[in-house]
Design a protein around this ligand. Sequence first.
Ligand SMILES: *Cc1c(COP(=O)(O)O)cnc(C)c1O
Length: 232
Amino acid sequence: MDHRTSVDIAKRLAELKKNIARCETDAKRPSGSVILLAVSKTQPTEAIIAAYAAGQRAFAENYAQELGNKAAALQALDIEWHFIGPLQSNKTRLVANRADWVHSVDRLKLAQRLSAQRPKDKTPLQLCLQVNIDNEETKSGVAVDALPELAGAIRSLPRLRLRGLMCVPKHTTDPATQRETFARMRVMFEELNQQGFELDTLSMGMSGDYPAAIKEGATIIRIGTAIFGPRR
Ligand SMILES: *Cc1c(COP(=O)(O)O)cnc(C)c1O
């Protein structure tokens, strides 16, 4: 990767952080209440190193093998790894070994495997449940109606810590629709907490909709394109 690309990544990251701070202020939320995840899927390790050099520490990957390879290659760096992609049962061991967080759990079997496979010398795996918020047939995520039962079953697994909810809404550029969807996530999050769950994480908002997500209470936004540019 050439020097110019590294400079571009640092510049986009700085610009993005300014925008996030502005969104926090607009939403009357405390400064620093939104955590930025850099989504590095398909990007070379050099791009991760460039963002790291600019101060970024939390990175997210969508493919288990890619996460494994990058985490191994970059293990000298103080990176917090998040897994956010569709997870298959036969890939849970890799993720349980390499990730600090998993955002995309949508069935009990995956959670059970992750809990059983989480190495004993590591802290519990931090977990979000992916919600199929727009009820799309082609998308992963637990159905809204099935969420409380799944959350209840996962709560007692020993090597996991249930932190919150995640979603990937149906694509739209309309800010009002974006907000309405994220608001439904926020309500579900609040309802679970009223039922005694102690969730503190709403993982929602990507390059095209993070301002709306921040307005509706996102605590983690997952940004790829706006940091690294278009994916190959
Ligand atoms: C790719 C991806 C992102 C980042 O998307 P951008 O539009 O590039 O910011 C966030 N979340 C998930 C689950 C993704 O797959």
